[in-house]
Write a new protein. Structure first.
Ligand code: HEC
Ligand code: HEC
Ligand code: HEC
Ligand code: HEC
Ligand code: HEC
Ligand code: HEC
Length: 439
């Protein structure tokens, strides 16, 4: 029966409906990607730090940056640049508390200073239960740059800054974006049903009005009387073509809604945030303690893969920090058993696609956050981007290549500018050729 009806009028309806649903889907997707774009822009690194940097007294930014790098690679393990005590004291205001000569001596070799009986050195050593701070083979200038960094206040973590576009930490941007498609379809459905109900009610009202009017004011012959005053016949409704078509239409919309949701989800894991074996938090490590991404993801600037840190990297710090915590004990157990920690992989391209981190981070200068979102605000990492082919290609079409000071590109750029107007993008350089991404 359904097939019979489908063959006739409803074919047109079906086509119309399909167009409607598809266009709504596309609309929703565009919205979703717009949202994602806004969010990406919102987390441009440095944006959150801007406020603190601007407010600090002038110092040579190059020196401060050098100091920041040294501090992050050598000191954050035990010190914050603010007032928090980690293993050693927070170092905010240290340049006022101690003179520079003393600090240089202490940082290069605190044990020597203590052994020499320096009063301040012995006092702070005792205050921190005689924990030895390691010695550092820095030049005086290097130590001075660290002190300039501490003095700049740049490393002082202020209260967590809410994302500029309202991206709060841990908020699952990804799933919301996908969910948006489903939401629009749901809205279409509800609207359709409401319209239907209103139609039926008005039709019923009109017929009963007409019936009353005809009975009162007109003399009806026998046949008309029969038609007008007939009993309400459900089987007629059931047999009516219009009603059947409507029922089929509703059925089709529901079916389409379900399948589109499923199809959109295949292979796309946006928003995926599995539970990890240890409650490791990027918000704590990369956010609050500002540990550089490549302290743990050691190969992200040099090779294809970013790499996940081994337990030994955790031990650089956790041999001393939070040793009693049950979560940290799990690291010790993994090392005892000589087994790697079994982190659940989140991002995973199919084997047919080639993606290289160093090409994007080192050569292309793309920030981690552009692809991975506000990782430094995530307690649990989730997949921020769709990682689809369209996503890769969109960016390659839009992103200008950094060709400055690279002779290799000079001729190519010249050629490009003579033949077209747009910027010299990744795709101008062949970044959308199939073979670049497919083996
Ligand atoms: C393994 C942990 C550890 C590391 C790494 C470390 N420190 Fe320390 N630091 C300490 C401890 C603990 C103290 C407290 C004194 C003590 O017990 O020796 C301290 C004290 C200090 C003090 C003296 C604070 C005061 O109030 O007088 C300064 C300055 C200092 N550290 C600077 C640094 C700098 C700069 C770096 C990086 C180049 C660094 N520390 C790396 C553990 C560390
Ligand atoms: C202290 C070490 C450490 C630092 C610093 C760190 N990460 Fe991680 N990262 C990890 C560990 C451990 C995992 C695996 C567990 C997890 O997913 O939370 C991980 C997972 C990830 C993943 C998901 C990998 C997957 O399975 O697909 C991404 C993306 C990531 N980190 C990006 C970053 C970025 C960007 C930064 C800097 C803002 C950063 N990480 C800083 C330790 C670190
Ligand atoms: C550069 C130093 C550093 C490294 C490397 C590091 N951590 Fe941490 N970790 C910290 C600091 C600092 C804290 C905060 C301690 C506190 O809250 O007092 C912390 C806290 C934690 C906590 C929370 C503990 C609790 O019970 O509150 C966990 C879990 C943790 N780290 C896991 C890891 C894992 C897993 C790795 C290796 C992938 C790792 N950390 C690497 C410095 C580090
Ligand atoms: C141009 C987009 C892009 C940028 C920029 C980017 N990543 Fe990735 N990242 C990816 C993709 C795509 C994957 C999945 C790779 C795969 O499955 O082969 C991934 C995977 C990862 C993983 C999982 C382990 C791995 O190597 O597959 C980690 C960790 C990671 N990225 C960290 C980082 C860090 C840290 C940065 C910044 C220094 C960064 N990423 C910059 C796109 C990017
Ligand atoms: C946020 C923007 C962005 C995204 C997303 C992105 N890329 Fe790229 N990609 C770049 C830039 C910029 C370069 C140019 C790097 C350079 O300067 O050579 C590049 C270069 C490449 C190249 C080298 C092209 C050439 O001409 O040699 C490959 C291959 C590549 N990307 C693959 C991928 C794949 C696969 C994905 C998706 C999983 C992806 N990219 C996602 C920005 C992006
Ligand atoms: C910038 C990188 C990039 C370029 C250029 C590119 N692809 Fe892809 N392609 C990908 C990625 C990443 C995937 C995996 C995406 C996914 O699983 O959703 C993919 C998936 C595919 C798939 C499998 C689709 C599926 O659903 O499994 C085919 C087929 C494909 N690409 C063909 C091509 C052809 C043909 C070209 C050239 C016209 C091309 N690709 C150019 C990155 C690229």
């Amino acid at each position: 029966m359904i097939s019979c009806i489908l063959k006739t009028k409803s074919k047109i309806f079906f086509a119309f409906l399909l167009a409607l649903v598809v266009s709504f889907g596309a609309f929703a997707q565009e919205q979703a990607s717009d949202q994602a774009e806004v969010a990406t822009k919102g987390v441009e690194p440095g944006a959150t730090q801007g406020a603190t940097t601007d407010a600090t007294p002038a110092g040579d930014p190059a020196v401060i940056d050098a100091g920041e790098a040294l501090f992050k690679n050598n000191c954050v393990v035990c010190h914050s640049a603010g007032t928090d005590v980690i293993v050693g004291p927070g170092l905010q205001g240290i340049t006022q508390k101690r003179n520079e000569g003393w600090l240089i001596k202490w940082i290069k070799n605190s044990q020597a200073l203590i052994a020499a009986g320096d009063k301040d050195a012995v006092a702070i050593y005792n205050e921190f239960n005689k924990q030895a701070m390691p010695s550092f083979a820095f030049s005086d200038d290097e130590v001075k740059s660290i002190l300039a960094y501490i003095k700049s206040g740049k490393g002082v973590v202020s209260a967590p800054v809410a994302g500029p576009e309202g991206v709060t930490p841990g908020e699952n941007v990804g799933t919301e974006a996908i969910g948006a498609v489903g939401n629009y379809l749901d809205i279409v459905l509800v609207v359709l049903i409401v319209v239907l109900i209103v139609l039926v009610v008005t039709l019923l009202l009109i017929t009963s009005l007409l019936k009353n009017y005809l009975n009162k004011n007109r003399k009806l012959d026998e046949y008309d009387n029969e038609v007008v005053n007939q009993r309400f016949d459900f089987s007629k409704i059931y047999k009516s073509k219009a009603v059947r078509t409507l029922v089929v239409l509703i059925f089709v919309v529901v079916l389409l809604d379900l399948t589109i949701d499923k199809v959109m989800g295949i292979g796309i894991q946006q928003g995926y945030a599995p539970k990890q074996p240890i409650a490791f938090s990027h918000k704590l490590h990369a956010g609050e303690h500002q540990i550089n991404c490549n302290y743990c993801h050691t190969t992200v600037y040099e090779s294809k893969s970013a790499s996940i840190p081994s337990a030994n990297i955790c031990m650089n710090c956790h041999s001393q920090i939070k040793t009693e915590s049950p979560e940290i004990q799990k690291i010790y157990k993994a090392i005892e058993r000589n087994r790697p920690i079994e982190w659940v992989r989140i991002h995973n391209l199919p084997d047919l696609a080639y993606f290289n981190h160093s090409q994007h981070t080192q050569v292309g200068g793309v920030e981690c956050q552009t692809c991975h979102g506000p990782i430094e605000e995530m307690d649990v990492v989730y997949q921020y981007s769709p990682l689809t082919m369209g996503w890769c290609i969109d960016c390659h079409r839009e992103t200008p290549l950094n060709t400055e000071g690279n002779e290799y590109y000079d001729k190519l750029v010249e050629l490009h500018e003579s033949s077209s107007k747009g910027a010299f993008t990744v795709s101008s350089n062949g970044g959308t050729e199939c073979s670049k991404c497919h083996y």
